[in-house]
Design a protein. Structure first.
Length: 154
């Protein structure tokens, strides 16, 4: 749905999105929950380090930005970003895989710059958007996905 093109200087530009499923994503979203989803059972529980606030923006020209503030943040020294996540870049839909891909052109975590983060998506009856990370093994041996639930800001 979203095809990237290269511009002079190596920067990537995004072609405008066609009217389609993509239009459901476009806009500004407020974080309303973070949950852990057990890969074996599908059951969801509140995440241990849940977010208290966050914003996700998908633009019609294929750009995105994400900021999440985690609960339980202590006052931290200047220059530290513990409990805060932020990145920006391009987004594209892969409806055949049921995922949206966040191409991270910039990230607060330097190690994640350039990452293409796949998130499975779903919309519920209230119009909330859920984005789930791929499952990962925890120390207790369980495979768990993080599910970020967003509500569109009118």
């Amino acid at each position: 749905e979203l095809a990237a093109t290269r511009r002079a200087g190596g920067r990537t530009a995004a072609k405008p999105l066609a009217a389609s499923l993509a239009t459901r994503f476009i806009g500004t979203w407020k974080l309303i929950a973070i949950r852990d989803r057990d890969a074996a059972t599908g059951s969801e529980t509140p995440a241990a380090r849940a977010g208290t606030d966050g914003q996700l923006v998908y633009t019609p020209n294929g750009r995105l930005s994400v900021q999440i503030v985690r609960a339980g943040r202590d006052k931290i020294p200047a220059g530290s970003a513990d409990g805060f996540s932020s990145y920006f870049g391009r987004w594209e839909l892969s409806p055949a895989e049921g995922c949206v891909i966040h191409h991270q052109d910039g990230n607060l975590s330097v190690a994640q710059i350039g990452q293409a983060a796949k998130r499975t998506y779903s919309f519920n009856g209230a119009g909330h958007l859920s984005l789930a990370t791929p499952p990962r093994k925890r120390d207790d041996g369980r495979s768990v996905s993080s599910v970020f639930v967003w509500e569109k800001i009118p």
